[in-house]
Design a protein around this ligand. Structure first.
Ligand code: GRF
Length: 224
């Protein structure tokens, strides 16, 4: 088990509340990570303000110099160059809302993980909370998984579970899951930094010792 500090690059598209949790833990010294850069595909993402406030370098890759919205191919070209320049140990997709190509995913020179608001493999894709409410499922939650070319289908590393209440609305369930995300993301990064989750071995499909993946957590739904 190592005590390394994990160099992390984070890709975002929106509010960045999960980025904020990572920043807070990094600054408090409770998580052995250095967030070395943030890439946003939207210029109006509040996550950019959060990164700026924490003096973390930000690359906004939303529009070409002509003013036209960047194609995914152009975004990926610039994002890859930026990731190579930062040379992180890990790329974290935290509320990053564009689908990445297989070429990009293979070209990224380190492991890449994604936070997804469902208990994968259930409810891949969008609108997970509404779909759970409609289904009448008893359980819901969030997952952190390896990014592979098939959407939301890479090995699930960790999950936080909750019991769905009969009176849960889509919005209320979303808020409950978000509270779990804010605990699951730093907990997962800690396990990766400490090499409890050996991403290279997991990526290669090699056994992970005593751990049976995904690691499932029932976390306190703390007040924020
Ligand atoms: C999270 O709910 C995550 O599961 C989903 O996008 C949301 C990001 O929230 N992929 P934030 O930008 O971290 O606040």
């Amino acid at each position: 088990m190592s005590n390394r500090r994990l160099k992390v690059a984070v890709l975002v598209s929106g509010s960045g509340s999960n980025l904020q949790v990572m920043i807070d833990a990094m600054q408090a010294g409770t998580l052995p990570i250095d967030i070395i850069g943030v890439i946003s595909n939207r210029e109006d993402a509040y996550a950019i303000t959060r990164a700026n406030t924490a003096n973390i370098p930000v690359a906004v890759l939303s529009h070409a110099p002509s003013g036209k919205r960047m194609s995914i191919a152009t975004f990926e070209k610039h994002a890859l160059a930026q990731i190579e320049a930062w040379s992180p140990d890990l790329v974290v997709l935290a509320g990053f809302m564009r689908v990445l190509s297989a070429e990009f995913i293979h070209a990224v020179p380190c492991a890449m993980i994604n936070l997804h608001p469902s208990l994968l493999p259930a409810y891949k894709g969008l609108d997970t909370h509404a779909r759970v409410v409609r289904s009448g499922d008893q359980h819901h939650g969030c997952s952190v998984h390896l990014v592979t070319p098939e959407l939301d289908a890479g090995q699930v590393l960790t999950q936080a579970w909750l019991s769905v209440d009969a009176h849960d609305t889509t919005e209320g369930l979303g808020k409950r899951v978000q509270k779990l995300e804010h605990q699951l993301v730093p907990a997962t990064l800690d396990l990766i930094a400490k090499n409890v989750l050996e991403l290279d071995a997991i990526k290669a499909g090699r056994t992970t010792g005593l751990l049976k993946l995904p690691l499932r957590f029932w976390l306190h739904e703390s007040q924020e």
